[in-house]
Design a protein around this ligand. Structure first.
Ligand code: NAD
Length: 331
């Protein structure tokens, strides 16, 4: 980084690139979106006009010729991510890639090897880790405020995908679109997985995946994901070894029930501590996009390792491959 700004090129201007990552980057200080890249000429024209970005490239080879850029932020269809990541790493360009960075464990391993050999800063968009509510919960866990987690239960229930896409089956598309988030989050909160079991139920294309992950730390997690929900539902519970319950729904509030609150209200009334997102807490920050991009760009500036990088996703991909290998139980 040679100027006061980190100069970013955005690759992929679809729903995520254009509507989420672009406005999030625009909200960050010390960042300049210097170039965009999409294979769709209409999108290039619209976005460069609306966002006043003069450099608009048609493919990864062209944008990598631009020596002015300090890094790339990529949100393309996942079956393109592997080749785009390889091209960026080989051009020595730091790269942040939306999840999933590859569509199988073998390709991910290759990205890890290449990024480590060439020592290029890299990151994966696992935004849940950076959501404000998750940061509060992580802090409670790390400071042992209410004891250590005995169990963590996560529900991440969406209405799609129900069809094959990104060159993979409908089950794998679901794993890479949805299940990757709560599995990565469980690993972020509980550490190294030790053992794993899952069951997949399907009814007319509607899939529900029940997973149980045991961690080296002793924490046991359940993760329930699926594509059968009418509306997106997300919820997390941590139950600690001191009997406290830390609960969060839809990333809006963190509630903590602890046995010690009985001293404040000795009756049997229910009593809890609550953290709530502020009314002006903008979505992109609350849901983690602002935190992940701001820390990644700081790593580009200081040439430090970003987490989660490709290598941090290896245990998550190990679990996703195990789930994909299960027999589906059909109703
Ligand atoms: P999309 O299909 O709407 O957009 C992809 C864009 O990439 C399109 O504009 C397409 O023209 C462009 N493109 C395709 N191949 C290209 C190439 N080789 N070079 C340059 N541009 C190319 O997809 P989307 O919904 O925006 O999803 C993009 C990525 O973001 C996916 O990996 C998805 O999983 C991820 N995503 C993440 C979250 C999250 O919460 N973290 C949410 C939604 C999507």
């Amino acid at each position: 980084v040679t100027s006061e700004f980190v100069k970013v090129g955005i690759v992929g201007l679809g729903a995520q690139g254009r509507d989420v990552l672009l406005p999030t980057l625009q909200s960050l200080k010390e960042v300049r979106i210097d170039a965009i890249c999409d294979r769709d000429p209409q999108l290039r024209k619209e976005v460069s006009g609306q966002a006043s970005i003069s450099k608009a490239y048609a493919n990864i080879e062209e944008i990598l010729q631009d020596d002015d850029l300090d890094c790339l932020v990529v949100a393309c269809p996942p079956d393109r991510h592997y080749e785009i990541a390889i091209a960026a790493l080989e051009a020595q360009k730091p790269v942040f890639i939306e999840k999933p960075p590859a569509t199988n464990l073998g390709d991910l391993r290759h990205l890890v090897e290449l990024s480590e050999k060439l020592n290029i800063v890299n990151g994966v968009g696992m935004n849940f880790r950076f959501a404000t509510a998750i940061q509060k919960i992580k802090q409670l866990i790390d400071t042992n405020a209410y004891g250590t987690p005995a169990t963590i239960n996560i529900k991440h229930l969406a209405g799609f995908p129900r069809q094959p896409m990104w060159g993979v089956s409908s089950l794998e598309a679901l794993l890479f679109a949805q299940t990757i988030h709560p599995v990565d989050l469980a690993i972020y909160l509980a550490g190294q997985p030790a053992h794993f079991k899952s069951r997949i139920a399907e009814n007319d294309g509607k899939i529900t995946i029940f997973s149980h992950i045991g961690f080296e730390s002793g924490t046991e997690c359940t993760v329930i994901t699926g594509n059968a929900a009418e509306k997106f539902y997300w919820g997390l519970e941590v139950i600690t070894n001191q009997g406290a319950i830390i609960e969060c729904r839809q990333l809006w509030e963190v509630n903590v029930w602890t046995p010690s609150h009985r001293e404040d209200f000795p009756s049997r009334e229910s009593w809890r501590n609550t953290w709530t997102a502020g009314p002006l807490d903008r979505g992109f920050s609350r849901v983690g996009y602002r935190g992940e991009l701001s820390i990644f760009l700081d790593c580009v500036r200081t040439k430090k390792r970003f987490t989660p990088s490709f290598s941090d996703l290896i245990p998550t991909y190990g679990i996703l491959s195990d789930i994909a290998a299960q027999e589906i139980q059909r109703d």
